[in-house]
Write a protein that binds this ligand. Structure first.
Ligand code: C5P
Length: 230
C-alpha cells in the first residue's frame, strides 16, 4: 500500500538555541531534515513528499535537496506561523485520495516497520498514530502537589508519523480552521471529528530533535543504526 508524506519543516527550533532552523544542524555530516527525508526516499511505498518550509529558507532547503539527491519532493509549500498551519498548507496542496502520513522533519529516526504498520492501520480504519508507553511512574499534580498516580497502562506518548485517509485529514483540518481550533497534533483534529484513532506502537528512538540533549542522543542512535548495517 503506497502513501504520500506531508512534512512540516517550517519551525524556528528556538528550544534548540542554535540561532537558526534546528533542522539544518548536522548529524554525521548531514542536516537533520535530510536524514528524515532519506527514510522516505528509501521506502518504495512512499510515492511523494510535500514539504512545508519558511519562505526565506526555501532556497537553502532546495540546495540541500539537490546536494543529497532527494528526488521524491512533489511540491514545496510555504509553512505558517504554527505547525498546524504548515500542515494545512500541505493538505491544500494535495488533492488526491489515498493514505497520507504527517511526519515532523525533526524526527529522523523512525523505523520503516512503524511506517508500514501505520499505513496498514490507516487503510483499514482511517486514522493511526505512532506512540510509545511511558517508562516512568506517572502522576498528576497541581501547584507542585501530587493529586494522583495515573494508570500507566492507559497512557501513550504520541509521536509522528500520523497516518490518515486523505479525506479524513482534510475534513478534520477544515473543521479546525472553521472553529479556530489549534491542536498540538493532527490526531487531535481528527478526534474532534469523532473519528476513532488507532495507536501503533513505535520505538523510543523516534525522538524529536528539540533541545541540545536530543542532539547528543541522536548522535548515539545514528551510530547504533550505522553499526547495525555493517
Ligand atoms: O517545534 P517543533 O519541534 O515542535 O516542530 C515540529 C515540526 O513542525 C518541525 O519539523 C518543525 O519544523 C515544524 N513546524 C512547522 N511550522 C511551524 C512550527 C513547526 O512546519 N510554524
Amino acid at each position: 500500500m503506497d502513501y504520500t508524506v506531508m512534512m512540516p519543516a517550517a519551525g524556528s527550533g528556538q528550544r534548540m538555541g542554535a540561532g537558526y532552523n534546528k533542522l539544518f544542524l548536522q548529524l554525521d555530516h548531514k542536516p537533520i531534515i535530510i536524514h528524515t527525508l532519506l527514510v522516505f526516499e528509501g521506502d518504495p511505498a512512499c510515492k511523494g513528499i510535500i514539504l512545508a518550509v519558511k519562505p526565506d529558507e526555501r532556497q537553502e532547503i532546495q540546495s540541500m535537496l539537490d546536494r543529497f539527491e532527494i528526488s521524491k519532493i512533489k511540491v514545496i509549500v510555504d509553512g505558517g506561523t504554527e505547525r498546524q498551519y504548515s500542515v494545512a498548507a500541505c493538505i491544500e496542496a494535495h488533492a488526491e485520495n489515498g493514505i497520507v502520513l504527517v511526519h515532523d522533519a525533526a524526527r529522523p529516526f523512525l523505523k520503516r516497520s512503524v511506517i508500514a504498520d501505520l499505513v496498514q492501520k490507516a487503510t483499514e480504519f482511517g486514522a493511526a498514530i505512532a506512540a510509545v508507553q511511558p517508562k516512568d511512574t506517572m502522576k498528576t499534580a497541581t501547584d507542585g502537589v501530587v493529586e494522583e498516580t495515573v494508570d500507566r497502562e492507559k497512557l501513550w506518548i504520541i509521536q509522528t508519523p500520523q497516518a490518515f485517509k486523505y479525506e479524513v485529514l482534510k475534513a478534520a483540518s477544515e473543521l479546525a480552521a472553521r472553529d479556530g481550533f489549534l491542536g498540538t497534533d493532527e490526531s487531535m483534529l481528527v478526534e474532534r471529528l469523532g473519528h476513532p484513532v488507532q495507536i501503533v506502537e513505535s520505538t523510543y528512538e523516534n525522538v524529536k530533535m528539540t533541545t541540545q540533549e536530543d542532539l547528543a542522543f541522536g548522535e548515539i542512535i545514528l551510530k547504533r543504526q550505522l553499526e547495525d548495517f555493517v
